[in-house]
Design a protein around this ligand. Sequence first.
Ligand code: DC
Length: 231
Amino acid sequence: MPKPATITIDGFAASGKSTAAALLAQSLGYLYFDTGVMYRAVAWAVLDRQIDPADVEAVSRLSENITIEVLSDGPDDGRQYTVLVDGRDVTWDIRRREVEAYVSLTASYPRVRAALTNQQRRIAAGGSIVMVGRDIGTVVLPDADLKIFMQASAEERARRRYKEIVAQNKPAKFAEILAAIVARDELDEKNPVSPTVPAKDAVIVNTDDAGIEEVVARLKQLVARFQNGTK
Ligand code: DC
């Protein structure tokens, strides 16, 4: 069997999916695409244009009219990719806490999801891609060859985020990070259009006690099993 043309990796915030997916894509020579940046870009634009995040019509219209680009290159400042909204570099700004506070709300609007889902399907149409998100295996690419759902406890995910922030020499409070993760999980899980749930045919990978190398090795094993026809 050939390699799986499209691989989807879904999971909750900070489940380790982005880092593992990027490394897997690199080892396969595939494109790595993190759909979360698109939802973050919409939330960033809502705040930037001073639109009320609760105004469903205005947010939906905005999401249908902005141009979001994700480029694989950019300044050498530790970024994995560059995110442009209408040509403006928002790569770091979309990671800000203000954006995280609203992203689950604006991502719950059906027209926002439809606009981004269309773009994601176009991006994946060429194959040789590892696409990461919450609903990629269930909604965006239900016919993907290999679907993975990454799980880790909220405490473990909060510990990872805490370490990341401290490593950047920024102030961090563990309890606040944990509370934000739990709140975002709840919103993402209850998202009425695309709740974060594993696809019926997804392989669940639990990363609680696994380091990044171990997780990537497990993912490579799943790719090899697909190729051997023993999925
Ligand atoms: O993976 P992340 O933390 O960068 O995602 C940011 C937000 O975007 C998250 O709160 C849920 C939303 N999201 C989504 O609803 N669907 C996706 N496919 C990816 C992300």
